[in-house]
Design a protein around this ligand. Sequence first.
Ligand code: GDG
Length: 730
Amino acid sequence: MNKTIIVSNRLPLNISVSENELEITPSVGGLATGMKSVHSEGNGIWIGWSGINQDELSPDLSAKVDQEIRNEKCVSVSLSNQDVEEYYEGFSNRTLWPLFHYFMEYTQFERLEWEAYKRVNEKFAEVVLENLEDGDTVWVHDYQLLLLPQLIKDKRPNTTIGFFLHIPFPSFEIFRTFPWRKEILTGMLGADLLGFHTYDYERHFLSSVKRILRLDVHFNEISYHDRIVKVDSFPMGIDYDKYHNAALEHKSATKEKSDLSKRLEEHKIDGKKLILSIDRMDYTKGIPNRIKAFEYFLDTYPEYKEKVRLVMLTVPSRSNVPQYQKLKRETDELVGRINGKFASVSWTPIWYFYRSVPFDSIIDLYVSSDVALITPIRDGMNLVAKEYVATRTDLSGVLILSEMVGAAQEMNESLLINPNNFDDFANHLNQALTMPLKEQQTRMKNLQKRLKRYTVEKWAEEFFKSLDGTKQYKSSIAQKLSSVHEEALINDFHKKKKRLVLLDYDGTLVNFKDNPEDASPDEELYQLLDNIVKQEDTTLALISGRDKPTFQKWFGNKDYNLVTDHGVWLYQNNNWEALERLRTDWMKSIRPILETFVDRTPGTFIETKKYSLAWHYRTADPELARIRTIELNTVLTSMIANNDLNILKGNKVIEIKSSNVNKGRAVSRLLMQKDYDFIAVIGDDWTDEYMFEEAPDSAYTIKVGAAKTKAKFTLKNPDQVRQLLQKMKN
Ligand code: GDG
């Protein structure tokens, strides 16, 4: 039975070992909850690091740990202290975490740690591969494992792989600074589906893919070699019922009040109000900023002195990393200073806890607080905001939420603020504290409605549905030219007596270059083509959008048939013949238009061919080029109506030429010359689709690259085409 393998840096288990005694408790975090149904289904497993260094345990105890982990349907990846130091605390938390959260000043680029990151991702890949069977699906989580999807895909190309990033994906301007940006992107592209919390992160990722890897992106699909990678947003939810029911129970008469709950209630007498914040002690969460803004609030609205209190729960995190130690000191000092500034005999403005508390205490805090103040500087999603809303069983309470967190995209009914604007901060806090109950309830009701529907289980389910959908791509794009097909093609080629081989040039026989003149044929290519054409009864035709002079220069002394300018000219038996009668008088009115586009779009240029004009935008900024191509298309469409012209959209080029010319017409002319019994057609471009259409059913039609095509088969790139031609040698 096919299974699902979940992979994350940490296993969803808490393991403690003391005096040779072992205690394992399943973790109750959001991710573990969301994955519960996926994980428990069939023989699904979860792969990750156990959080302890098993090398330091006795062999007996280590084996016992492994066994206990297995009992929980988990498999551990063993990490040494050095791995943890360099890959986890180092590259993950001192490079990726700050960079992806826009904290460039905290980001360090250490080659040694990058090497460790690669090494540990490979360790994870090894364990995944050991446990992977045909038909299994793999779902990889988060920024510690960005290279893992490709490492798995390389070894097991048929495995369906999903990846979800729990933190933001930064804008291109930030991501481009990263020394190993290409490796990270290609690592992620090993997945069939890439999920982000919000559309903005998805958009940033696609922008980097376009700009850095220069790949084609259609809406949210990336053509990558012979695959299509889908990118989408899936905002992670919470286990709504768990929080809601815990809050109901908290309020039930039978439940005995906890000490914390009693203390919180004591504070609320005489209509005093509690404001709550809960976060890990992390610089992304904006803790010092929040304290300073609270000070500004008390200065601006002094009437709230002795009337409100900020309860701040900060949970210790990554305390080995220097920036976190500094943050802790800064927070301690700020709380001390502000409490000192405002405190009276009976009141301190901030209650500050630096510790982790049990789940019940979290519920106590949520239930007792009138306002939740969730103001990170940057946060992938933020589940605390959602949990607070879920616990408001009487619909009272106000959520103040930073615009910079993923959750802000779907929690419009909260009071959204820019946490760096202290006036905004103070005014909204005042608004929250004076908000009529009716308005609180209306807002809370709408917030709850969405959270109830889009729970963490639903999130996992939606991701899986979409991941399953990517399997259809594999069947909807033409099938890869497998070794079986290849063998059939070659055998057929050698057997038949009237053979025709039709080949496009750019993107098919040679890779694209920034400047088309640089993509001239190399010695290997001449050899390969010569080897085909010198076989008896074989016609070889190169069919290209290139112009006649260029092909004359490159291939004029060869025995190949040449079709240039997309089908205008045919070269056979040392003779050029015009297949179409073409006008060029339109060029003088179209060229100035193209020139304005060149002026306004850096990196683009006009190529003048005998019968056509081509606007190339391969090296332009892809986002700008996308806008300009739509613009140009609109302008040209209105211009050409009376001119009998055609606009061809090629690979990063728009070409304008007399209408009715296309490669297909040239192909049908060649097909009429002889009763061919073997026909192979290979091309990569949109314009080559005309050739595939014209070819008879019995032909071997091959598209280079991944895209929807009329061809029967695909090959990845010009290298693979050359390997095929090599095998067609006599
Ligand atoms: C990353 C992304 C994204 C906190 N203190 C205690 C405690 N908690 C629980 C909360 C909540 C969770 O921890 C924190 O979740 P967040 O989403 O706020 O933040 P990160 O840990 O930074 O998580 C984040 C998330 O991944 C999911 O994709 O939302 O943006 O940074 O559930 O309730 N729980 C207990 N005691 C505590 O002291 N029991």
